[in-house]
Design a binder for this molecule. Structure first.
Ligand code: ADP
Ligand code: MG
Length: 152
């Protein structure tokens, strides 16, 4: 049976990479590029909080970043600081960039759902889960052709 999540996908998201709350994702080894969720509220409304996968492209700065589509794992979370519906969009691009790319535009297309949000008992458990998410994303996307980037 096709889940509601599957019916809501694919979802295309785009926006400038903004600063997050610096909650140590880089320390964990999994930096997440945050984009503002407000323009995407309608697209996200059908999606449960959780981890997704797809492709993402970072536009500039000019070489070396280019705008190649890379596999990505993405979390759709809840902003703990505001008691409203605003979700957070955080994209871990499965690519080694030479540095940060705050301010650059990120385009993403979300094609699959991996798992719901859940609490973790320790940092090590969380790291293992994120690593597994990345492995699952890579496996699910292997051999598939990304959509053309950039998209309008
Ligand atoms: P923040 O809380 O500001 O989002 P993070 O620790 O999550 O900080 O780091 C995210 C930043 O790291 C991104 O905004 C981006 O500039 C940079 N970055 C470098 N490599 C990657 C990558 N592979 N995926 C996502 N972001 C990356
Ligand atoms: Mg982040």
């Amino acid at each position: 049976m096709m889940s509601d999540v599957a019916v809501s996908l694919p979802v295309r998201l785009s926006g400038p990479v903004v600063r997050g709350f610096g909650r140590g994702s880089r320390l964990l080894g999994f930096p997440t590029a945050n984009i503002p969720p407000e323009p995407h509220e309608a697209a996200l409304s059908g999606l449960p909080l959780g981890v997704y996968f797809g492709w993402a492209a970072v536009h500039g700065p000019p070489p070396p970043h280019g705008a190649t589509a890379h596999p990505m794992a993405m979390s759709v979370g809840q902003n703990p600081f505001f008691h409203n519906e605003a979700k957070t969009i955080e994209v871990h691009v499965l690519h080694d960039f030479p540095g940060d790319f705050y301010g650059c535009r990120l385009d993403a297309v979300v094609v699959g759902y991996l798992r719901p949000m859940r609490p973790f008992a320790s940092l090590d458990e969380l790291k293992a889960a994120i690593q597994a998410d990345c492995d699952h994303a890579r496996a699910a996307l292997a051999g598939r052709t990304p959509p053309p980037f950039p998209f309008g």
